[in-house]
Ligand binder design. Structure first.
Ligand code: NAD
Ligand code: ZN
Length: 346
């Protein structure tokens, strides 16, 4: 008889999720079974919960969702070395082919055949998750598990922010969602002169302020140019991090960058955005699309936390996994930072 476990599952094509019993995965050659301690809810999980057009296109029910987690190794599959049962780990959520041009070149984040945990295959919102050992990330026990639970999102923020020099630079972040809030903390930690973040949501702007943003600007009310004047940002922002997925935010960003400024684009828009190419060309703006994270930035994240970057202010909700509905309600309300689910208690 197969051993069973609790898992948060997308049962059928439609809104909602269900807590149900599914078989505990058996690690095959080169795979590892992880006993999950904590998980965090990502915006992607909310898309899947709500069954929006993105989810309709990408998710094949029934499947276990979730990809932000920390846990311990429960079992090593045949042939796995260098890890031990009981070791604290997380996992890189992108499974890559290892032999396309980008994989061979070390630009693994651009693999042409990426498979995502919790999107294309069963995920981590379960008592156990199984992944290839090549995707395992050893976690230092000194790190707070609640924070490691969302290292996946932290990795997106780090990849986006650290694309450019930040030391002594003025940074504009559009979108104070969880990733924008984390980015504000990274920019402050990494030595930016001014960190300005925009959103339309005061609750989230307040959290971004706690993460070290010099100014958290509600664009429905405040004048960004006036804020720039007050902060002595004379020629425009040096670095822009687009983290809202909203075309209006990107267009606003173009207007306040200095000539030659650098922009990384993380936010994903549901609709095509019409942009003025001449603005990019005439002002010599540099644009970089960001997908996922540099796969080697996991150690960098650990070191930033150990070096004093405190991400705990953005954890606004903690629930037992059986209360996952409350977690998704908090995420859907907009009145949340990160929501962490605990899988350690019966
Ligand atoms: P989120 O949706 O929680 O946050 C986006 C924020 O932008 C919200 O707080 C919203 O109020 C704000 N916003 C909306 N319109 C705005 C405007 N005109 N100006 C300023 N702010 C505005 O998202 P998140 O989880 O923080 O993720 C950030 C973005 O990154 C999302 O678009 C997400 O889909 C995307 N993402 C991309 C990747 C990738 O690999 N490229 C990975 C993860 C997330
Ligand atoms: Zn590849």
């Amino acid at each position: 008889m197969k051993k069973l476990m609790n898992a948060i599952v997308k049962p059928t094509a439609g809104p909602g999720l269900e807590l149900r019993q599914v078989p505990v995965p058996v690690p095959g050659p080169g795979e590892v079974l992880i006993k999950v301690h904590k998980t965090a809810i990502c915006g992607t999980d909310v898309h899947i919960y709500n069954w929006d057009p993105w989810a309709v296109q990408h998710i094949k029910p029934p499947m276990t969702i979730g990809h932000e987690y920390v846990g311990e190794i429960a079992q090593l599959g045949p042939g796995v070395k260098d890890f031990t049962v009981g070791q604290l780990v997380s996992g890189e959520g992108h499974l890559t082919c290892g032999h396309c041009r980008n994989c061979l070149n070390g630009d693994i984040q651009w693999c042409k055949d990426t498979v995502s945990v919790g999107v294309d295959r069963d995920g981590a919102f379960a008592e156990y998750v199984c992944i290839p050992a090549t995707n395992l990330v050893a976690v230092d026990e000194s790190l707070p598990e609640d924070v490691v639970a969302f290292f996946d999102a932290f990795g997106n923020a780090a990849h986006t922010a650290l694309m450019w020099n930040l030391v002594g630079e003025d940074v504009l972040i559009t979108g104070a969602g969880p990733i924008g809030m984390i980015a504000a903390g990274i920019c402050r930690h990494a030595g930016a002169r001014r960190v300005v973040i925009t959103d339309t949501n005061d609750y989230r702007l307040d959290l971004a302020r706690k993460m070290g943003a010099d100014r958290a600007v509600n664009i429905t009310r405040d004048d960004l140019r006036q804020v720039m004047k007050e902060l002595h940002i004379m020629e425009g922002f040096d670095v822009g991090l687009e983290m809202s997925g909203n075309g209006a935010a990107l267009k606003q960003m173009f207007t306040v960058m200095r000539n030659g400024g650098c922009i990384s684009l993380l936010g994903i828009s549901n609709v095509p955005v019409d942009i003025d190419m001449n603005e990019i060309i005439g002002r010599g703006l540099r644009l970089q699309g960001i997908y996922g994270r540099k796969m080697d930035n996991w150690h960098q994240m650990s070191y930033m936390v150990q070096g004093g970057l405190d991400l705990t202010p953005i954890i606004t909700h903690r629930f037992h996994y059986t209360d996952f509905e409350k977690g998704f309600a908090a995420m859907n309300s907009g009145m949340s930072g990160k929501v962490v689910l605990d899988w350690t208690q019966e």
